[in-house]
Design a protein around this ligand. Structure first.
Ligand SMILES: Nc1ncnc2c1ncn2[C@@H]1O[C@H](COP(=O)(O)OP(=O)(O)OP(=O)(O)O)[C@@H](O)[C@H]1O
Ligand SMILES: [Mg+2]
Length: 272
């Protein structure tokens, strides 16, 4: 049975997409079968792995009901039709683009579709990571409904910590209304700059909000340009900058995440 993890924070630019791509790549490199779902109309996760000519179907084809044709209702595509390979062995991707923005206008019952589709097409994977959009809307609800765990990246500054209570409220609503089993996996401090006083305090600030977001991972992800450069090469930072400190931190976070998921660590597999 796969474990589904939503990477969420309605705050923009805190590292949701980066954490999703690096964790999912690290888990695949460790030998797990991993599916990563781009649940953000910005499509940043998608473009960080593949060019748009390698896919036709996207998450919007799966989650958005097509217009009826000649009065006949047309079903959206099954999730399996939108899965493509990424450049990393063992890591598959469901791409997204701007068309996914229309999901916010879908009827409420479509919020359940991602969960239903994952029950069928997620079975072949050990882990599924969902990159959530930076809004508290229907897409985030659909992602949280489909997930077993939420992981919250937080940027290491005062601005980056704003709005955690809104996210906690949304998670609580999802728990109460549709998914009582949803668990907080924890918060990751990202974009950490040891030289800044504010960053030194931010761990305390995140931990002060611990009742809101749960466990704070020991590994802080520092602000390293290698991490920002890796997507342009369609590589995970752990391969783009193998011997850089950034790679050590990402592996260390992966180990912490696997431990919290009660999944044993496996040896590193080869890359295509
Ligand atoms: N640890 C890091 N070191 C250096 N750059 C980083 C790091 N984490 C993220 N970035 C960069 O910061 C920017 C924002 O990161 P990212 O896109 O992952 O955030 P996000 O939360 O997904 O944003 P959005 O809310 O728009 O979806 C990107 O340019 C990314 O490359
Ligand atoms: Mg993003």
């Amino acid at each position: 049975m796969s474990k589904v993890i939503a990477i969420a924070n309605q705050k923009g630019g805190v590292g949701k997409t980066t954490t999703t791509r690096e964790l999912s790549a690290c888990c695949a490199l460790r030998g797990y079968q991993v599916l990563t779902i781009d649940c953000d109309p910005q499509g940043n996760l998608t473009s960080s792995w593949v060019d748009s000519d390698v896919y036709e179907a996207t998450l919007s084809h799966v989650l958005i009901e097509p217009e009826s044709r000649a009065g006949v209702k047309v079903e959206p595509l099954p999730l399996g039709d939108a899965i493509v390979e990424s450049p990393v062995t063992g890591l598959d991707l469901v791409p997204a683009d701007i068309r996914l923005a229309r999901f916010e206008m879908q009827p409420d019952y479509m919020t359940h579709r991602l969960r239903n589709q994952l029950q069928e097409f997620g079975r072949d994977y050990d882990l599924v990571f969902i990159d959530c959009p930076p809004q508290l809307g229907k897409l985030l609800t659909a992602a949280l409904y489909a997930s077993d765990y939420v992981l919250v990246p937080c940027a290491a500054d005062a601005m980056g910590l704003q709005g955690l209570s809104d996210l906690a409220f949304t998670i609580e609503q999802v728990r109460k209304n549709v998914n009582a089993d949803l668990q907080m996996l924890g918060a990751v401090i990202n974009l950490y700059k040891p030289s800044r006083n504010l960053s030194a305090e931010s761990r305390g600030a995140v931990e002060a909000a611990v009742g809101l977001v749960g466990h704070v991972f020991d590994t802080n992800l520092h602000d390293y340009s290698k991490v920002a450069e890796a997507p342009s090469q369609k590589l995970p930072a752990v391969l783009y900058a193998k011997s850089h400190r950034a790679a050590d931190q990402l592996w260390s976070l992966t180990d912490e995440v696997l431990d919290r998921l009660n999944i044993s660590r496996q040896k590193i597999a080869a890359v295509k």
